[in-house]
Write a protein that binds this ligand. Structure first.
Ligand code: FAD
Length: 375
């Protein structure tokens, strides 16, 4: 049995803590915030995230029973303009859940598996971190995007509407917009996140890739305003909103080539290891799965150096192919005409449409899409 510190109690840290505590280790789960705490996010729990949650013994009926706010998602919409879009139904259900509830749920799960909670701010290269690596046998860094490499900027707003309003939008549909005016720089989303009560809540946002540009040259608030003005669905929702929260801006740590997932025997997971999907900014599934695999790396190793090697190996075999395929598709999208061609192809061929929608929804890995289209 080892003494393990997990710093950061987001989906990655809670998953690592859960699996390691279940394996019989003494795990301290450290976070700078006391829970419940919010995390700026699109709140999309993709089909891949739903599958990943099952590794922690969490199933859709648990989400439905125990969460105060959620929206079941049965349709995925991809749009490139007000005229050109495609919506695909799935037989499996994904979810959108405000992170303030979702993260608390995962935190409780980790504590019930035996993790010891500690509220403490731990900065990189500080005496605290040094102290932790001396006091514990293994140290896991799950502090999220600020511990990783920032590659994109995003903005998120919550809009509340009366349920009885006649809405043009389907309350079970998650929409991703690769709108033309956003060109190759980013994507927008419109996700219902709370659809059970008298009022319904939407998460509307936009992500912009930095692609070597400094953060300061991007005015994400202005881009967001443009998106809302020019996108028909966003415009429609806004006209019906009875309450709008102040939009929040937050960075993303999407995947990069040649990722290293440990640093001086400190094992990095989730956003701290840049595991987020480079195309859609979806990171919860990989955060949860990285917690599982890092626990396997520790369980199969005799010391932190061996665990770091094993974790890098597992990262390469489990994540790298898909993240690389995502990076390739993102590069392809630089030519924004390609988005229109893609939707045209989807309209021509239902099988192509299903595969691509499922890949964006996280059910089919990107690297399998092109291979499967041949058959
Ligand atoms: C606007 C936006 C929209 C997104 N939309 C989606 C989406 O719809 N679906 C999806 O799957 N993903 C989405 N993502 C990505 C997703 O939010 C992340 O990939 C996911 O949260 C990563 O989980 P994590 O546990 O690695 O990090 P986090 O969730 O960021 O958790 C890190 C934890 O570490 C703690 N912490 C940070 N610094 C310290 C410190 N110094 N000391 C102690 N504790 C610390 C924090 O308090 C936090 O609890 C979005 C991201 C953004 C910014």
């Amino acid at each position: 049995m080892a003494r393990i510190a997990v710093v950061g109690a987001g989906p990655a840290g809670c998953s690592a803590g859960y699996h390691l505590a279940k394996s019989g280790h003494e795990v301290t789960l450290i976070d700078k915030s006391a829970f419940p705490r919010d995390k700026v996010c699109g709140d999309g729990i993709s089909l891949e995230s739903v599958q990943a949650l099952s590794t922690m013994g969490i199933y859709p009926q648990d989400l439905r029973r125990q969460l105060a706010e959620y929206a079941p998602i049965r349709h995925f919409f991809l749009g490139v303009s007000n005229q050109i879009s495609h919506s695909e139904a799935t037989t499996l259900e994904a979810y959108c859940i405000p992170r303030v509830f979702f993260d608390q749920f995962l935190y409780d799960k980790a504590l019930s598996a035996g993790c010891l909670p500690l509220v403490q701010l731990v900065h990189k290269h500080t005496p605290q971190l040094q102290h932790l690596s001396e006091t514990f046998d293994y140290l896991i860094d799950a502090r999220g995007v600020y511990a990783g490499q920032v590659t994109a900027i995003a903005i998120r707003a919550y809009w509340t509407l009366r349920r009885q309003e006649r809405l043009e939008l389907d309350l079970t549909e998650a929409q991703i917009h690769f709108d033309r005016h956003l060109g190759a720089t980013g994507y927008g989303w419109i996700f219902p996140v709370s659809t059970q009560g008298e009022y319904v809540k939407f998460n509307v946002g936009l992500g912009v890739w930095l692609d070597d540009r400094p953060k300061t040259t991007i005015n994400v608030i202005r881009l967001f305003e443009q998106f809302i003005r020019s996108n028909r669905q966003a415009c429609h929702l806004l006209s019906k909103a009875v309450h709008r929260d102040i939009p929040q801006v937050y960075p993303l740590a999407t995947a990069q080539k040649g990722n290293r997932v440990s640093e001086r025997n400190i094992l990095k997971i989730g956003d701290a290891a840049n595991l987020t999907d480079p195309l859609t900014g979806e990171g919860i599934a990989n955060a949860i799965l990285s917690g599982l695999y890092v626990s396997q790396a520790i369980n199969m190793s005799a010391n932190p150096a061996a665990a770091a090697k094993n974790w890098q190996y597992l990262y390469q075999s489990r994540f790298e192919a898909d993240l690389r395929a995502g990076l390739k598709i993102k590069a392809f999208r630089r030519f924004s005409l390609m988005n229109t061609v893609l939707i045209w192809l989807m309209k021509q061929n239902p099988r192509v449409a299903r595969q691509i929608s499922h890949a964006v929804a996280g059910l089919v890995p990107y690297h399998e899409v092109f291979a499967s289209l041949k058959y």
